[in-house]
Design a binder for this molecule. Structure first.
Ligand SMILES: [Zn+2]
Length: 105
Protein backbone atom coordinates (compact mmCIF):
# COMPACT_ATOMS: atom_id res chain seq x y z
CA UNK A 1 0.00 0.00 0.00
CA UNK A 2 1.43 3.36 -0.92
CA UNK A 3 1.68 6.35 1.37
CA UNK A 4 -0.78 8.28 -0.84
CA UNK A 5 -3.44 5.61 -0.39
CA UNK A 6 -3.18 5.90 3.38
CA UNK A 7 -3.54 9.67 3.20
CA UNK A 8 -6.59 9.43 0.95
CA UNK A 9 -8.29 7.00 3.31
CA UNK A 10 -7.62 9.16 6.34
CA UNK A 11 -8.85 12.21 4.46
CA UNK A 12 -12.12 10.46 3.67
CA UNK A 13 -12.63 9.36 7.26
CA UNK A 14 -12.23 12.89 8.56
CA UNK A 15 -14.67 14.62 6.20
CA UNK A 16 -17.28 15.00 8.94
CA UNK A 17 -15.07 17.27 11.05
CA UNK A 18 -12.91 20.28 10.42
CA UNK A 19 -9.72 19.13 8.78
CA UNK A 20 -6.66 20.64 10.36
CA UNK A 21 -3.49 19.68 8.53
CA UNK A 22 -1.15 17.43 10.53
CA UNK A 23 1.42 20.14 11.17
CA UNK A 24 2.09 23.15 13.32
CA UNK A 25 -0.19 26.05 12.47
CA UNK A 26 -0.14 29.67 13.57
CA UNK A 27 -2.77 28.75 16.16
CA UNK A 28 -0.59 26.08 17.76
CA UNK A 29 0.96 26.75 21.16
CA UNK A 30 4.76 26.71 21.34
CA UNK A 31 6.48 23.47 22.29
CA UNK A 32 7.52 25.08 25.57
CA UNK A 33 3.87 25.87 26.31
CA UNK A 34 2.87 22.29 25.53
CA UNK A 35 5.66 21.06 27.78
CA UNK A 36 4.46 23.33 30.60
CA UNK A 37 0.95 22.04 29.99
CA UNK A 38 2.25 18.49 30.21
CA UNK A 39 3.99 19.33 33.50
CA UNK A 40 0.87 21.20 34.70
CA UNK A 41 2.92 24.38 35.05
CA UNK A 42 0.49 26.66 33.22
CA UNK A 43 -1.97 29.19 34.66
CA UNK A 44 -5.52 27.76 34.62
CA UNK A 45 -6.76 29.98 31.78
CA UNK A 46 -3.78 29.19 29.52
CA UNK A 47 -4.10 25.49 30.34
CA UNK A 48 -7.76 25.65 29.35
CA UNK A 49 -6.84 27.24 26.01
CA UNK A 50 -4.20 24.58 25.35
CA UNK A 51 -6.65 21.84 26.30
CA UNK A 52 -9.21 23.28 23.88
CA UNK A 53 -6.58 23.44 21.13
CA UNK A 54 -5.58 19.83 21.74
CA UNK A 55 -9.18 18.72 21.16
CA UNK A 56 -8.96 20.10 17.62
CA UNK A 57 -5.30 19.64 16.71
CA UNK A 58 -3.98 16.14 16.12
CA UNK A 59 -0.44 17.42 15.72
CA UNK A 60 -0.27 19.07 19.13
CA UNK A 61 -2.01 16.06 20.65
CA UNK A 62 0.79 13.90 19.28
CA UNK A 63 3.38 16.42 20.40
CA UNK A 64 2.06 16.42 23.99
CA UNK A 65 2.23 12.62 23.99
CA UNK A 66 5.80 12.86 22.75
CA UNK A 67 6.65 15.47 25.37
CA UNK A 68 5.35 13.10 28.04
CA UNK A 69 8.56 11.17 27.45
CA UNK A 70 10.67 14.29 27.78
CA UNK A 71 12.34 14.66 31.12
CA UNK A 72 13.67 18.10 31.89
CA UNK A 73 17.35 18.14 32.69
CA UNK A 74 18.14 14.58 31.65
CA UNK A 75 18.75 15.34 28.00
CA UNK A 76 22.32 16.32 27.32
CA UNK A 77 23.55 17.30 23.91
CA UNK A 78 27.13 16.17 23.97
CA UNK A 79 28.66 16.65 20.57
CA UNK A 80 31.29 14.02 19.88
CA UNK A 81 34.66 15.11 18.59
CA UNK A 82 35.13 14.71 14.87
CA UNK A 83 38.08 12.39 14.21
CA UNK A 84 40.94 14.56 12.89
CA UNK A 85 41.31 12.72 9.57
CA UNK A 86 37.54 13.02 8.94
CA UNK A 87 37.70 16.71 9.80
CA UNK A 88 40.53 17.29 7.32
CA UNK A 89 38.58 15.40 4.65
CA UNK A 90 35.39 17.38 5.36
CA UNK A 91 37.19 20.71 5.32
CA UNK A 92 38.94 19.90 2.03
CA UNK A 93 35.60 18.92 0.45
CA UNK A 94 33.85 22.02 1.81
CA UNK A 95 36.79 24.15 0.68
CA UNK A 96 36.55 22.65 -2.82
CA UNK A 97 32.81 23.37 -2.93
CA UNK A 98 33.42 26.96 -1.85
CA UNK A 99 36.01 27.46 -4.56
CA UNK A 100 33.71 25.96 -7.19
CA UNK A 101 30.81 28.20 -6.08
CA UNK A 102 33.02 31.26 -6.44
CA UNK A 103 34.07 30.31 -9.97
CA UNK A 104 32.07 31.67 -12.90
CA UNK A 105 32.25 29.12 -15.70
ZN1 LIG B 1 -1.80 22.52 17.22
Amino acid sequence: MSFDTVNLREGRMKTSRTIIPFRKTAACPASATLLSFQCQNLPADTAAQVHEHLEACDFCCAEVRLLAHHEVGTVSFKVPEIPMNLRILAESILGAVDKRAGKTD
